[in-house]
Design a protein around this ligand. Structure first.
Ligand code: BES
Ligand code: ZN
Ligand code: MG
Length: 507
């Protein structure tokens, strides 16, 4: 126990403090002539002759290669060219932007991720990026910053348990028109990245090293940024009547925690972000079997996402008042664990029959939502949770599912998500009658209807009159393969979506 504890402190330190950055970005107003790689962004109408700083023989060579290889500069298409002797660069990478009107920030970030992966694995060191085909100076600055954002997001990998860590650094110089604007956008995106990286690291960390207490410790790191942190222990949870959260934590020795992180960037009523924080979901006595249990260290990704969002807002010194309320517990089996059929009382006052101990997320959320409302009187409450396998069957891993009666909020969040490649798809609430229990006010699984919906409808009982949205991120939290701007491992899904929404929708 002692050893495990000190190991966990070391692991946490490594995860959260000493991440090596393998991509560096400098914005400039011209191309460095002697970098080993030059990246030229082309759209479907571009001609290489437009890059008039290239030597004539380099231009001729490029035009020939483009012609013979039939390169059309479609979005995401690349062509690597070894530059002829006498050129200023050793190699030139042509990157297709497709048709410019169809391009957007999200596509630029994806492109950044994919181009970085290519350059990093090819061990390129100094890379100049020419964005001059993006003629509008606002677009040019914004898209260059988004490209860097995507590259940096792709770069962040969880490798602390590997003997060989890839530490190859790519130094990027981004040639932009409006330097001030590019740097300003880059800075804001970097704040968001730090929130994403925190969420990813918390999600990727193995369950034994990321217990509710470890998570609370990680949250306390945000105090340095002026974030107010509160941690409630099992005794206090019981005293406040939070019997559902307390019960889920009972199967592990340290028990449940409620962790609260409040960044108050203005004096308006706060927006509450409520996160499901199951540090390991064994299913409890309704034990998970086979492959379904293997990735359940990531069942705290909702809590990680809302904490990451608070970090992002604090770093950005955003004009927003946001409080993350995280229900933390390890859903384990022990002689003290909740038994199927037990009845618990929530702080809301509703009793719940726990028919299935694997439907634990809605239990911890019910008390966390109550606490958020009771303590903070938020104008809006958004909960984020890896809640149901049913959600994955409905919309897969490339979408998160959104549930709400509030059309305006669903629209706002869907738009915000689309802009950052975190797409939402709306599913219905309803089937409330499926949650009727013979012996309590509610039961924790639906007797009929779609599982993702009955889970959402269960939560609705704890939203009161507060404007409320539920986001089910099951399947979004942990990537088995790197893709676009996402590395392998924890994805930090939700941080970019929520940050973008908070920054763009005045309270
Ligand atoms: N943590 C799971 C949901 C989940 C499944 C997340 C797969 C990520 C990937 C959740 O606690 C759970 O087990 N839900 C059950 C509910 C059922 C017992 C009503 C499910 O979805 O099967
Ligand atoms: Zn779970
Ligand atoms: Mg479960």
């Amino acid at each position: 126990m002692k050893i495990a504890h000190s190991l966990s402190a070391i692991a946490l330190g490594l995860t959260l403090a000493t991440q090596v950055n393998a991509a560096e970005f400098t914005f400039a107003k011209s191309i460095k002539p002697n970098d080993n790689t030059l990246v030229l962004f082309l759209d479907t109408d571009s001609q290489v002759a437009n890059f008039n700083y290239l030597k004539p023989e380099t231009q001729t060579h490029l035009n020939k290669v483009i012609e013979f290889s039939d390169f059309k500069a479609g979005y995401g298409k690349t062509l690597e060219v070894i530059a002829p002797n006498g050129s200023d660069h050793q190699r030139i990478l042509l990157v297709g932007l497709g048709e410019q009107p169809k391009l957007d920030a999200a596509k630029m970030a994806k492109l950044g991720g994919n181009v970085h992966a290519k350059l990093q694995s090819a061990k390129q060191e100094n890379v100049s990026l020419d964005f001059s085909e993006l003629k509008d100076s606002a677009i040019n600055a914004k898209y260059a910053a988004e490209f860097a954002h995507g590259a940096n997001l792709r770069d962040h990998r969880f490798e602390q348990y590997k003997k060989e860590q890839d530490s190859h650094v790519v130094n990027y110089t981004l040639d932009v028109e409006n330097l001030d604007q590019a740097v300003k956008t880059h800075k804001l995106l970097q704040s968001i990245e730090q929130g994403v990286f925190l969420a990813r690291d918390l999600t990727s960390e193995v369950a034994t090293e990321m217990t509710p207490v470890d998570f609370a410790k990680a949250a306390k790191e945000l105090k340095k940024l002026g974030v107010k942190i509160t941690v409630l222990e099992p005794k206090q949870l019981k005293k406040l009547g939070m019997g559902a959260l307390e019960a889920v934590g009972r199967g592990s020795e340290e028990g449940a925690r409620l962790v609260v992180a409040h960044y108050q960037g203005n004096k308006k009523p706060p927006i509450a972000l409520v996160g499901k924080g199951i540090t390991f979901d064994s299913g409890g006595y309704s034990l998970k079997t086979g492959a379904s249990i293997a990735r359940m260290k990531s069942d705290m990704a909702g809590a990680a996402a809302v904490l990451g969002t608070v970090k992002a807002m604090a770093l950005a010194k955003a004009d927003t008042n946001v409080v993350a309320v995280m229900g933390m517990a390890a859903n384990m089996v022990s002689q003290f664990a909740v038994a199927p059929g037990d009845v618990v009382r929530t702080a809301e006052g509703l009793s719940v029959e726990i028919v299935n101990t694997d439907a634990e997320g809605r239990l911890v959320l019910s008390d966390a939502m109550w606490y958020a409302r009771d303590k903070y009187k938020p104008s809006i409450m958004v909960d984020v949770a890896t809640l149901t396998g049913s959600k994955i069957r409905a919309v897969g891993n490339d979408y998160a599912a959104v549930f709400s009666d509030d059309d305006t909020l669903v629209d706002q969040l869907t738009v915000a998500g689309k802009q950052v490649n975190e797409n939402l798809w709306r599913l219905p609430l309803g089937y409330e009658d499926a949650l009727k229990s013979d012996i309590a006010d509610l039961k924790n699984i639906g007797s009929h209807g779609p599982g993702a919906t009955t889970a959402a409808s269960f939560l609705q009982n704890f939203a009161g009159d507060t404007r409320w949205v539920h986001i089910d991120i099951a399947g979004n939290a942990l990537n088995s393969k790197a893709k676009d701007e996402l590395a392998e491992g924890g994805t930090g899904y939700g941080v970019r979506l929520l940050s973008n929404w908070l920054l763009n929708n005045a309270q």
